[in-house]
Ligand binder design. Structure first.
Ligand code: 5HM
Length: 338
């Protein structure tokens, strides 16, 4: 009987198996909005340790700076292109007005009150779960029917909704996606959504539970086929793993706001931070890591650094340093490239 989603401890195992499935036996070949892709309909997986949200595969070159930026952009309930477009310039193409994102600004939908309400859906769901712990109603819809009514909508939400369930003192989350690009979208989506789950668990004062990811259209675009093959080849011969740390207990809206104030100063090149200065900031060690990542990106983008400051790289978690070293030559340290 295989009625349950297959279980993995880390996102890396699920990601690799989905790529294998799409490459070895795609159910369909599709062409949608100009993209040729291999597709499987209706897949899911379960992560028992949703904190292990990063894969360590050199051929994939994950952009962990963007991933942190996107997770924080969501948690802050934002939709401005100004911030997220700095970390992912291609997101400009999804913006109808060049100023904001639409359906894909999931945090804007989750963390701001909807028309006709005075509270954000996220806060409503937390309130519900505080009063009826076993509730099945902790659902946060993201995709909206109104998106279908906009002609040539460049940005229709791929995330249908997030479902929070507290069972045995753990916050589990089921994520429903109408569509997911297995190579490009899945990793940053799982990264951000599990950060939202961990953030919610902290607000509720419960343990982090399992993460279940379900996809309607799971696909790999043909233009990414060569890279996907390189990823699978590497996975056959090499395994690297770093343990991702636990989000700090005090994390809440105040910390996110303070952190994003530093992010803006770095993004606009108004400040430069050495590792010592970051260590003295009004943020705990967990979130200082995000500031260090934004300082790395400032050096890459504004200073056009050939070699990012060694103090900043040394202060980073070894897993983050490994990912940076495989993405940008300017971040490669002797132990960063193995
Ligand atoms: O034509 P459509 O709206 O489905 O194109 C959006 C593409 O971006 C799809 O390939 C979808 O799977 C991918 N995507 C993703 O995987 C997009 C977003 C942004 O909403 C996302 N994950 N978060």
């Amino acid at each position: 009987m295989f009625l349950n989603a297959p279980t993995y401890r880390t996102v890396e195992g699920a990601y690799l198996d989905l790529l294998r499935l799409a490459c070895q036996g795609p159910e369909y070949r599709i062409t949608a909005r100009g993209n040729n892709a291999r597709e499987i309909i209706g897949v899911s997986f379960r992560l028992t340790d949703p904190r292990q949200r990063l894969p360590y595969i050199a051929a994939r070159k994950v952009n962990v700076i963007f991933q942190f930026a996107e997770a924080l952009w969501y948690l802050a309930g934002r939709r401005d292109l100004k911030m997220i477009g700095y970390y992912a310039p291609s997101m400009r193409y999804n913006s109808a007005d060049g100023i904001t994102l639409g359906g894909s600004a999931y945090g804007h939908t989750l963390f701001n009150h909807a028309d006709g309400d005075t509270e954000a859906p996220f806060d409503r769901v937390l309130e519900l779960l505080r009063t009826e712990t076993d509730s099945k109603r902790g659902y946060l819809p993201v995709f909206s029917a109104a998106e279908l009514a906009t002609p040539n909508n460049p940005d229709v939400a791929c995330l249908s909704g997030l479902h929070f369930l507290i069972r045995d003192g753990h916050l589990h989350m089921v994520c429903n996606m109408r569509a997911n690009d297995l190579d490009c979208g899945l990793l940053s989506d799982v990264f951000s959504f599990t950060m939202i789950q961990e953030y919610a668990a902290l607000q509720l004062g419960v343990e982090l539970g399992q993460y279940i990811h379900t996809i309607g259209s799971a696909h790999v675009n043909d233009r990414n086929a060569t890279r996907v093959q390189r990823v699978l080849n590497e996975a056959d011969v090499r395994h690297t793993h770093f343990t991702f740390p636990t989000m700090s207990a005090g994390t809440g809206p105040d910390i996110i706001e303070r952190l994003l104030a530093h992010e803006e100063l770095l993004r606009t090149n108004t400040v430069k931070y050495g590792a010592d200065e970051v260590a003295r900031l009004d943020l705990d060690a967990y979130w200082q890591q995000a500031v260090l990542l934004f300082e790395v990106y400032r050096q890459l983008r504004h200073d056009l650094a050939d070699a990012v400051g060694r103090d900043v790289l040394d202060a980073l978690h070894p897993g983050l340093r490994w990912l940076l070293g495989h993405r940008w030559a300017a971040c490669a340290t002797t132990e960063g490239r193995r």
